[in-house]
Design a binder for this molecule. Sequence first.
Ligand code: S3P
Length: 202
Amino acid sequence: MNSTQTDVMNDLPNQLAEAQSMTDKDRSIVLIGLMGAGKSSVGRRLAARLGLPFVDADNEIEAAAGCSVPEIFALHGEAAFRDGERRVIARLLDGPRQVVATGGGAILDADTRDKIRARGISIWLRADLDILVRRCQKRGNRPLLQQGDMRQVLQRLIEERTPYYAEADLAVDSGDGPHEQVVDAIVAGLRRRSDLARAAHR
Ligand code: S3P
């Protein structure tokens, strides 16, 4: 075990205590899912519906780096991007309650997954391959999708990442319908979750 892992292990009781002491009212809402799942569009609308601020983690990474996500990948590589992504998401989740749209690969990082578990309510926006391909074709600036056939890359990412996305507190389908419909499903899921928590404390 290296020293970072030892620190994480030593900190585990504190993280667990923090997670247990937080109610949903304190937790940020964290949207996860693949590129093209609609995290930013749905997140912005969800935040408006809940009266919370909205933040897009990729925009925050760009602001911190002073350049765009494609430039970070090109100039510094994916590992440097992931490093910034982990630090930015930790900072956002340590702050006041808000709706956070994460980049599709954020959940690959174990510290980020722990942080989301401790301080967030995670919502997986699930979309099928055809929909993802269609939406990603409309925005051609995603570095991982420049590395070969877009459909094949997305298919591979679905296979690699689904186990992580499936750990989310809620999963909501993000299909061809209006974004507001997805927001309705999320709000209903959040309500069910708080009803269950209330019933458990009775
Ligand atoms: C990535 C998704 C992108 C962005 C970066 C890497 C990924 O965000 O963070 O290009 O690894 O899936 P979106 O999911 O918002 O497109």
